[in-house]
Structure formats: C-alpha cells, structure tokens
Design a protein around this ligand. Sequence first.
Ligand SMILES: [Zn+2]
Length: 397
Amino acid sequence: MINRRQWLYGVGLAGAGTQLGWASPASPDAKPTPIPLELSQYEPKSMLQVHESKVDRSKFPLIDFHTHISVAAKSEKGVELTPDRQYLGTPQELLAVMDRKNIQTMVNLTGGYEKGLAEAVTKYDRAHPGRFLTFTEPSYSRLKEANYPKLQAQAIEQAHTDGARGLKILKTLGLYLRENITSGTLVKIDDPRFDPMWDACGQFNMPVAIHISDPVAFFTPTDRFNERFEELNNHPDWSFYGADFPSNAALIEARNRVMARHPKTQFVTLHFGNFSENLQNVGENLDRYPNMHVDMAARIGELGRQPYTSKKFFDKYQDRILFATDATPHGDEFPQQVFNDQLYEIYYRFLETEDEYFDYAPAKIPPQGRWRIYGINLPDAILRKVYHDNAARLLRV
Ligand SMILES: [Zn+2]
C-alpha cells in the first residue's frame, strides 16, 4: 500500500499540495528547521544493548593510594597557607563504604604539615590502624626564608616522626606557587631549593606522590575544538592556556629532571604520569626512570577510551601501576572523584570486566569529556598487584 505522499511523487504532483489547498507535508527538499538545543541540555541515552556487570566488591582487598580526606583550611591563589585541616568525612562514614567495597586502606594524600598533620594522623591512622595512611605536604609559605631548603628537609623528618607515610605535591608546584608565594614568577618543579626535601623523602622511605600538569586539553584554548569544552567552560580557572603558564611538556620535563636527580627517592606520578592521553610517553618515562610509578586516579575516562592500549600497558607495567581514585568525601561537584559506592563500582568494572561503552563517572553527563569507556578485564595476577601489592611495597605495609 502507498500513502498519499508517495502517490503524489509517483504522479509528479509533489509540491502541488498548497496550490491544491491540502496541508503540505514537509518535502524532502525543503530546508529543515533544527530544534535548538543547548549543549548542556543534551543527555543522549545509549541504545546499545550490551552486557552490564555490577561489581559490588573488588576481587581483592585494595589500597586506594590517592584520596583527600582532609584539606587545608586556608589557601590563596592555589597555595595552601596554613597547617590547619578541614575534614571532609568522619572515619565512621568512610569505614562503612570501605567495608562494603573491599577497601582495606585509604591513603589521605593531603594531610598537611606540622600540627595539622599530627592531628590528621591521630584522628584517622592511629584511631583505626591499617585503614588510613596520611601523607605530608610542603609548607610553601616558608619558601622565602633564607634557609628554606634545610627547614623543609627537616620538616620531612619531623613529619615522618609524626606518622606521615609519604609526601604529596599538588600541582601548586609548577602552576601556582610563585616567588612571593602568591605573586611574582612561577617557581619551577625542579627548583634546587627543593632538592634536600626530595632527598629526605628517599632517606625516610617516604614515596613522593606528585601531581604536575593536568589534562592536555587544559593547555589548549577553551573553544569548539576542545574535547573538554564543557568542563573548562564550567571551570574557567582550570585552564592553563596562555598567561605565563608553562606547557604540559615543559612541566613533565621538569618533573623528569627531578626523578633523574634523586634516584633513591620513589616517585608516584599521579593521574597516570599526568599524561594519560599519551601512554607511549608514560611508558618511555617508566623505562627511563626506575624510581617512577603511576597511579590511575581520576583517569579511567582516558584509560577506558583506549582499552586495547591500556590493557597492553597494564600488562607491560604491571609492577608500576597503583590503584587510586582521587576520592573526596562529599565531593559531589566533581562526580569523577566523589567518594561513594558507585565510584568504586565503576573502577572495578573497568579493571575486572569486558563491559562496553559505560559511564566512567556517576553523573548524567560525562564530566571529563563526552565519551564512554570499555573494561579491560585484567587477569588476577595483575589485579592483585594493581589493587594492593604495588602500593603495599612502596608504603611498606
Ligand atoms: Zn588528588
């Protein structure tokens, strides 16, 4: 059976509808009027019907090497200015999720220094042995003191005595810290004033968890070609394009010089060496620097969109990769790192299944770029190392 429109075409009368007084159907030749749609309103639902696994618990007990349970009570222009801590979650609420999700230990990287650090260690590590480990941070507000290099090395020793298990470097170093703390020229990652600090970490077997740089897209213009346009548009202060910011490559090179200069210090380069868009580069650096390791925090969006490359990488560098999430209790504003059950289930699904095309964050819109990810289904021997053994070796637990 043919409908009226097909019939009109058939007899060469198409387009004659109006003249004939009929309601005209849209002609295939007429210009369509697209429905206006704000990018932020676009929430396409995948029509793919593929297997969905629910992984409630990790296959092996794990150490989450990268979390933020406490933060500095005061910072200015990206520089922490006080040892005082703010706590984002109580041990009790964290332990409930940890027990459900098979998380043996959470490493709180932002433990601060001096009395703030001692307080964090008391509240978490000492109150719940084996469940929490705390890292210290440099006290950049002392940078201008003449004997800062020595003071900072001594502060590492004191932090070690107070119970710190490692040193955390935020991207403050390289992107925010300036000669006059919050003004002047940027201080370089390989500034020699920090050399005694790096050495002290090696001396006290404290791994350095170092975050430098950011996703490469943050160093390019926030425009229609930027694959993280929405994220940068929502957080313009995350862009390091222009001004006096160094390039991503320059930051990575400065970090590499630090690792080369301090071979006895172990470095965990966070967020997959801060170059998860280029795993070849990360691999070359791991080959070059035996004291380099990577954590996978907040980068499964990158790893999971290149599943074949990732799987090969996890196989080749299985002794150098640490499980990590960047989890932040009540960090709902950044779903890719909010500490909750769903976040961990996504990580487990990525590592343990062959599921296809699923969300990398518990969010309606993928927050770090509009794509979805694929599981890499690692074998048990690699899972054990990534979930636990590699971190346990570095942390000496
Ligand atoms: Zn972090």
